[in-house]
Every structure is written in structure tokens, then in C-alpha cells.
Design a protein around this ligand. Structure first.
Ligand SMILES: [Zn+2]
Length: 357
């Protein structure tokens, strides 16, 4: 396409957004200069990333540790059957799809488990983080990292037909909005909250909560005075909607006292069982303060696996061993997803056997 045609296409791309008065050409230019991270490319994350990419946010970082499964297709809008068939890493599949939607922005996928170091690094390089994680540990980590770095983030959650969203630690003329720990100083105890695995989730509820969060993201990036200071909750099935006005807690451990328990703690376990999916994640432990390990040489490991079963190598990204009845997918950071068991001890031993620890 000649340059003039390309320019015309880019000009037309955001036309309906530019004529929206609170945004305008200046607002569009600000979005183009913005850097946003989406943590988690599941139901929430794929919707959020889709909307922000189409809206023209200039740089998007997509983080997810998982691979696409058939049960994802009902609500994870960036994936298709080929992704599920291939067991493609979600961050890569999402980035490929979004590149086809908007090649004019920079999209950076990271196949990664967000730990303390990664959260700190991320908060230092973006203007805003969107939570699509659906995991309390990740949310508290994001909260700590964003409060420490002085940047905003948006909490979103969905289960069944219900959703909620809240802007966290946003600078406004009336002062900062509350952070997550102002509202919930500690997460609910394990096993007490409903999850999408136990009570399901409707894709319309996902669209509603992410629709609200994506618009708040635009307001935050544009510095709008209309930025929400409420916790917004709804139940689509019952037709209820509520906005609860929120204030900061001066005694908040994070934004009040500057204590970042989740960033500084040793929250990551060596083995994490993934709920209800016959898959266990194994992440090798590293002593606190030890330097970050170099990326694994996946090609060398895949070469060693050839006598054990079918091997699939995506250079620099992942290596997968099919050793019936198990599938082991190994990433460059040493993390592995082992499918075919829900037994953490067995998963650890398979990891020790095939990767070494
Ligand atoms: Zn706080």
C-alpha cells in the first residue's frame, strides 16, 4: 500500500473515537503514546486487550503463563479452535490475533508467570496495568508494585453472571483513589471464594465488566476528571447494578504505610496446582535475593527428549514433550505445565525426571 493510502487508513481507523468530544485528536495522540500492560490473557484479559488495541493504545504488553484449552473458547475472545488444538501459549496467540487487528501499534507478548521481580519490572515500564488475572495473589502483587511505582491499575473480577471493577491508586484532582488493600487489607482465605471452575461464568458478564474497565482505562490515560472513584458491581442475571463510593484508608499497609508485603514476601511456591484442569504448574524455587537465572536452552533440552516421546519445539518460547499419559510444556524461565495429573508430588517428580531440579 502506498504511504498516502496507509496514512488515510490510519486516519480512518480511529475516526469514530476522535469525534467523541471528550477524546478528540489530542486524546487519540495521547493514547498512541501510552504504555499499558494486561496481566492475564484469559476471559478478562483478552477482552481488555482487544478493546485497547482497537482503541489505539500505542504499546501493549500481554502477560500470561498458560496455554489455550478448549474450555477457554466460550469467553476468551482472541482465541480459536486452531489455538486450542495446538495448545498455543495464550500471550502469543493473543498477540498474533491483535497484530492482525491493529498492526500500527506495538504488542509485546510475554509467556511468563508474574512474580515479584516481574511485577516490579512491569510497573517501571508502563503507565497503567490492567488486571485480567483472576488470581488473588497476582492482584496483591500488582497492587504492591503499582503503589510502590506510583502508577494506577484497574481491578476487575467476574464469576457466574456477576462482575466488579475498581480503579486503584489513580491520581485525581481530589487525591489518589484507594488501592486494593485500602478496601481488602488481606485476600479471602483459600477455598472461600466462588471460582469460574466451580460456578461457571457467562461471556456477557465478562463483556460488561471489561467494557467498564476499558473505558476507565481510557479516562485514566487521558487524565479525565470523570475517572470513577467507586467499586462497581453488578449481577446480569438479576439485573442489579451498584456503585459504592470509596475512600482511602490512611492506615492501609500499602498506600498508607508503604509496606509491600506481597512484593517482599516469598509468596511463590515451587509447585502450584491449577484448579480443576488436570494440570500442575511447577516453578523451581530460587533463594530470595539470588540473581535471575539465564533463559533455558530449550533446543538442547528438546534434543535430549527425543528418545522419550514426541517433542514440539517453539524456539525461544517453549518445548513440549508428549510422554503418555503426560504432556510437559517447558518455558525459558524454567517453569513447566504438566498435564495429565492433579498430583503436585507426581508433577514435581516428572519435572525432576525430564528437566532436572
Ligand atoms: Zn491503600
Amino acid at each position: 500500500m502506498p504511504d498516502t493510502d496507509a496514512n488515510a487508513a490510519q486516519d480512518a481507523r480511529y475516526a469514530r473515537q476522535r469525534v467523541f468530544a471528550p477524546l478528540g485528536a489530542a486524546g487519540q495522540a495521547r493514547l498512541g503514546a501510552a504504555r499499558v500492560a494486561v496481566v492475564g490473557c484469559g476471559a478478562l484479559g483478552t477482552h481488555l486487550a482487544d478493546m485497547l488495541a482497537r482503541a489505539g493504545v500505542g504499546r501493549l504488553i500481554l502477560i500470561d503463563r498458560d496455554v489455550v484449552e478448549w474450555s477457554n473458547l466460550q469467553r476468551q475472545m482472541l482465541f480459536d479452535e486452531a489455538d486450542a488444538e495446538a495448545g498455543a501459549p495464550k500471550a502469543l496467540a493473543a498477540a498474533a490475533r491483535l497484530h492482525a487487528v491493529n498492526s500500527a501499534i506495538a504488542i509485546e507478548p510475554r509467556v511468563q508467570d508474574l512474580g515479584a521481580e516481574e511485577a516490579r519490572d512491569l510497573a517501571a515500564e508502563v503507565d497503567l496495568i490492567l488486571d485480567g488475572s483472576d488470581a488473588f495473589e497476582t492482584r496483591y502483587l500488582i497492587n504492591d508494585a503499582c503503589v510502590e511505582a506510583g502508577i494506577p491499575w484497574i481491578y476487575s473480577a467476574v464469576v457466574g453472571a456477576e462482575g466488579m471493577t475498581m480503579n486503584c491508586h489513580v491520581a485525581t484532582p481530589e487525591g489518589r483513589t484507594p488501592c486494593l488493600r485500602c478496601i481488602w487489607p488481606d485476600p479471602a482465605p483459600p477455598g472461600t471464594a466462588a471460582t469460574c471452575d466451580t460456578v461457571g461464568v457467562l461471556n456477557g458478564a465478562v463483556s460488561m465488566v471489561t467494557g467498564m474497565a476499558a473505558t476507565e482505562a481510557l479516562k485514566i490515560l487521558l487524565g479525565s476528571a470523570s475517572t470513577s472513584r467507586e467499586l462497581r458491581t453488578f449481577n446480569q442475571w438479576d439485573g442489579t447494578f451498584e456503585g459504592i463510593a470509596l475512600g482511602r484508608d490512611p492506615a492501609c499497609p500499602a498506600c498508607g504505610r508503604g509496606e509491600f508485603d506481597w512484593l517482599d514476601g516469598t509468596a511463590s511456591e515451587a509447585t502450584i496446582r491449577l484448579c480443576g484442569r488436570d494440570t500442575v504448574q511447577v516453578r523451581p524455587e530460587r533463594p530470595a535475593g539470588a540473581p535471575r537465572a539465564a533463559p533455558l536452552d530449550l533446543a538442547a533440552i528438546a534434543a535430549r527428549w527425543h528418545t522419550l516421546g514426541a517433542v514440539h519445539l517453539a524456539p525461544g518460547t517453549f518445548a513440549r514433550l508428549h510422554a503418555a499419559p503426560y504432556d510437559l510444556t517447558l518455558f525459558t524461565d524454567g517453569r513447566a505445565l504438566i498435564r495429565g495429573t492433579d498430583d503436585p508430588a507426581l508433577a514435581r517428580s516428572l519435572y525432576a525426571r525430564y528437566v532436572g531440579m
